[in-house]
Design a protein around this ligand. Structure first.
Ligand SMILES: Nc1ncnc2c1ncn2[C@@H]1O[C@H](COP(=O)(O)OP(=O)(O)OP(=O)(O)O)[C@@H](O)[C@H]1O
Ligand SMILES: [Mg+2]
Length: 368
């Protein structure tokens, strides 16, 4: 059974319009500049967000806030996304890279059930706060859930996102309170963001008619999960879609074990991200090259993903297989030679977010 379908996005738009009879006063309000359609991809590794004009990313790490000594107030304003101190319901958190750098206890765990997960809410509110440029900004959101969690959680998550929020950014002297609300929230299977990015224009209209008529596989390799999703003429085919836990963090685990073995050094998962990106590690002032180790680990993970894919799919059943996610980029050189109909999408780590945002523009077109 297809849990979520969208024969065309314009159909969804029409339904939204029919659902709501707008009074002239409301109509006037809906034209206010304080409304924004946003796409947010709440990944296990990174939060990606965009509102059409701005595209931002920060690690999905939430830590307990504490006093930071020797930092001026202007430090926080300089590079907002690197220095996220967030206060929500009287508790202070460090979020993203600041949590990686400064929190004694920082976690990158997102629960399966986002509704009961405090971290998920903090990450979402941080993202919205970054995009809130007006007092009482109103947001319409499209976001995703991993393919295998979608059916169980999308309704509750959508309900729990909507509401009014008050979140303070910065610390002590430079604290700025932001008030905003989420009016509409739409949840889709995460990899469908990439598909919509391919077929929609910036305003949410369909351009790529051909892709919309095909059987498309989407392989979204992230930090902790790889999502395999199937779309037949844009319809989500639930029974052929699945998720696995083989992703880039599997490569980090392999690299972490090798670092322990070879250099007797222990690195947390979120610290490894930067080390792997640089392909080198500094120990006692000396730099050690890790490119060979990285290549081995990527190759092992790619091989496992190929096996998982072959056990559930026959790649010849698909017209096109879209490879996406930050991990898609990282592993593409090992995956693409195996599947002649697979192609890596443009700027893959942000592809879901771009699609979410385009869809928001289409679905909520009467509301901005
Ligand atoms: N250009 C790139 N080359 C290599 N690796 C990259 C590139 N861009 C991103 N990555 C890595 O890809 C990984 C996965 O990123 P992504 O943001 O897609 O994961 P996520 O969506 O947070 O995770 P999940 O989908 O499991 O929830 C990260 O570890 C990131 O460092
Ligand atoms: Mg992802």
């Amino acid at each position: 059974m297809a849990l979520w379908t969208s024969t065309t996005v314009t159909d969804v738009t029409k339904k939204e319009e029919n659902d709501k009879v707008t009074s002239p006063a409301e109509k006037e309000d809906s034209w206010s500049t304080s409304k924004k359609n946003v796409g947010i991809d709440l990944g296990y590794g990174f939060v990606k967000l965009m509102d059409g004009a701005n595209e931002l990313i920060f690690p999905s790490v939430v830590g307990v806030g504490k006093e930071i000594k020797f930092l001026s107030d202007s430090f926080f304003q300089k590079n907002e996304v690197e220095n996220l101190v967030v206060t929500y319901e009287d508790r202070q958190y460090f979020v993203g890279n600041l949590a990686v750098r400064q929190s004694d206890i920082a976690s990158r765990s997102l629960d399966q059930n986002r509704v009961t997960d405090k971290n998920a809410k903090i990450l979402l509110l941080t993202a919205l706060g970054l995009l809130a440029k007006w007092d009482n900004q109103i947001f319409n959101i499209v976001t995703g859930l991993p393919t295998d969690l979608f059916g169980a959680y999308y309704m509750d998550w959508s309900k729990s996102i909507k509401g009014q929020y008050e979140v303070a950014f910065g610390s002590n002297g430079s604290k700025k309170v932001k008030k905003f609300s989420v009016k509409e929230a739409r949840i889709i299977p995460q990899p469908f963001g990439t598909l919509y990015d391919q077929i929609l224009t910036g305003t949410g209209a369909q351009t790529q008619q051909e892709l919309a008529r095909l059987v498309v596989g989407i392989v979204d390799i992230g930090f902790r999960t790889t999502d395999f999703a199937v779309a037949n003429e844009l319809e989500f085919i639930d029974h052929l879609s699945f998720s696995t836990n083989t992703a880039l963090s599997s490569a980090y685990r392999i690299i972490g074990a090798r670092l322990r073995e070879d250099y007797k050094i222990d690195k947390e998962n979120h610290e490894l991200d930067r080390i792997v990106e640089q392909g080198a590690i500094r120990i006692a002032g000396k730099s050690y090259d890790l490119t060979g180790m990285k290549k081995d680990a990527y190759e092992q993970v790619a091989t496992k993903i190929i096996t998982e894919m072959d056990s559930r799919w026959d790649y010849r059943d698909f017209d096109v297989i879209l490879l996406t996610g930050g991990g898609g980029k990282a592993l593409s050189e090992y995956l693409l030679p195996h599947f002649p109909n697979m192609r890596l999408v443009d700027r893959p780590q942000h592809a879901n977010t771009r699609g979410f945002q385009k869809m928001a523009n289409g679905v909520f077109s009467d509301k901005h």
